[in-house]
Design a binder for this molecule. Structure first.
Ligand code: ATP
Length: 137
């Protein structure tokens, strides 16, 4: 069993999709290990997405991700990282498979409803970024 990290992004929170997205996560067999509603400061979003700092969309991404509340969660399942990326679908919702979270709930390429870690190493880094030790079960 291993872990991934997810955020329900500000668009999906604003549009009232927290409950439906958490239900999809549960129904896909993920156990919620840590969970909170929070909001990133601009500095938090810059740090979290530092790997994208040279990309043309970085400013837009940081502004969006700090624009409102998000849900942060650590999830546990066998093959968690890859299975979660399958569940959320392609980055661009126009290219996301039917039945995926992004197909159902994303607004656009930039405002795409959810984040999912891309490796076990990043899942651990991102989980630790959002949750203090006593919040990780
Ligand atoms: P995430 O890391 O959020 O799970 P991802 O791995 O599918 O997404 P990345 O290529 O790592 O996608 O991009 C990170 C995030 O940056 C995307 O989820 C999206 O919100 C935003 N993004 C990516 N490409 C663009 C773009 N061309 N224009 C605007 N925003 C973009």
């Amino acid at each position: 069993t291993n872990r991934t990290f997810t955020m329900i992004k500000p668009d999906a929170v604003k549009n009232g999709h927290i409950g439906n997205i958490l239900a999809m996560i549960n129904n896909a067999g993920f156990k919620i290990v840590s969970l909170k509603l929070t909001q990133l400061t601009v500095a938090d979003a810059q740090a979290f997405y530092a790997v994208h700092s040279a990309r043309p969309f970085y400013g837009e991404l940081v502004e969006f991700m700090s624009s409102g509340p998000i849900v942060a969660a650590i999830l546990e399942k066998e093959n968690a990282v890859n299975d979660f990326r399958t569940l959320i679908g392609a980055t661009n919702p126009a290219e996301a498979a039917e039945g995926t979270i992004r197909k159902l709930y994303a607004t656009s390429l930039g405002e795409n409803a959810v984040h999912g870690s891309d490796s076990d190493e990043n899942a651990a880094i991102e989980g630790a970024f959002h949750f203090a030790g006593r919040e990780q079960f």
